[in-house]
Design a protein around this ligand. Structure first.
Ligand SMILES: CC(C)(COP(=O)(O)OP(=O)(O)OC[C@H]1O[C@@H](n2cnc3c(N)ncnc32)[C@H](O)[C@@H]1OP(=O)(O)O)[C@@H](O)C(=O)NCCC(=O)NCCS
Length: 173
């Protein structure tokens, strides 16, 4: 499966050069944003990590996924506060989901229990709540509880068709 052309134009692999802009967005979004060292460590693992930015000239969002044994685990999806509601989060997620369904059978993540916008985005991609992790975000200034969301069988035609439908809706097909 190749990335839709327009998605390819908007979404690019994250490099160290993007980090000042990525971290500036995080500083507006998270009480305890990742340090440069954490990002550098993630970028040093291209065999089992994928980090992407939405841009490409000015970074307006970023997202990442860890490819584990059977599961692709989303590590972050973040859009600059002044650029939300334009489908950028969905395009970032689509890029990760397309990569995940080439490598893994499931896609999962944790999301703060009081984050309806992110949960709506993940439901669009077929993820459903499968549990609660109490205190997951303790000391982070967010709702302390995380909802675990997951979708299985992402290599099956039904899920690939869902991604294709979303790509059409986003004008990325
Ligand atoms: C979650 C986030 C990445 C979404 O980015 P975005 O570019 O606004 O996403 P999109 O425009 O593609 O879609 C946003 C979806 O949220 C929905 N939404 C927005 N605000 C909402 C709210 N308060 N309640 C419910 N849904 C909401 C939109 O309707 C849209 O859903 P739809 O596509 O079904 O209509 C962005 O809000 C963000 O960066 N939040 C802060 C960081 C964060 O919490 N990341 C998630 C960590 S798990």
């Amino acid at each position: 499966m190749t990335l839709p052309t327009t998605l390819d134009q908007m979404i690019a692999p994250m490099t160290s050069d993007h980090l000042p802009q990525v971290m500036a967005i995080d500083a507006q979004c998270y009480p305890l944003p990742w340090s440069r060292d954490v990002y550098e460590a993630e970028l040093a693992r291209p065999h089992d990590r994928l980090y992407v930015i939405a841009g490409p000239d000015q970074v307006v969002g970023h997202a990442g996924v860890a490819f584990e044994k059977d599961e692709a685990h989303i590590t972050t999806v973040t859009v600059s506060p002044d650029c939300r509601g334009q489908g950028i989060g969905a395009r970032l997620f689509l890029a990760l989901a397309l990569a995940a369904c080439r490598r893994n059978t499931s896609l999962a993540l944790e999301v703060a229990a009081d984050n309806p916008a992110a949960q709506a985005l993940y439901r669009r991609f077929g993820l459903a709540p499968v549990g609660i992790q109490r205190g997951y975000y303790a000391n982070m200034g967010l709702s302390p509880d995380a909802v675990v969301m997951r979708v299985d069988d992402i290599q099956q035609p039904d899920y690939v068709n869902r991604l294709t439908r979303i790509a059409v809706e986003l004008d990325c097909a």
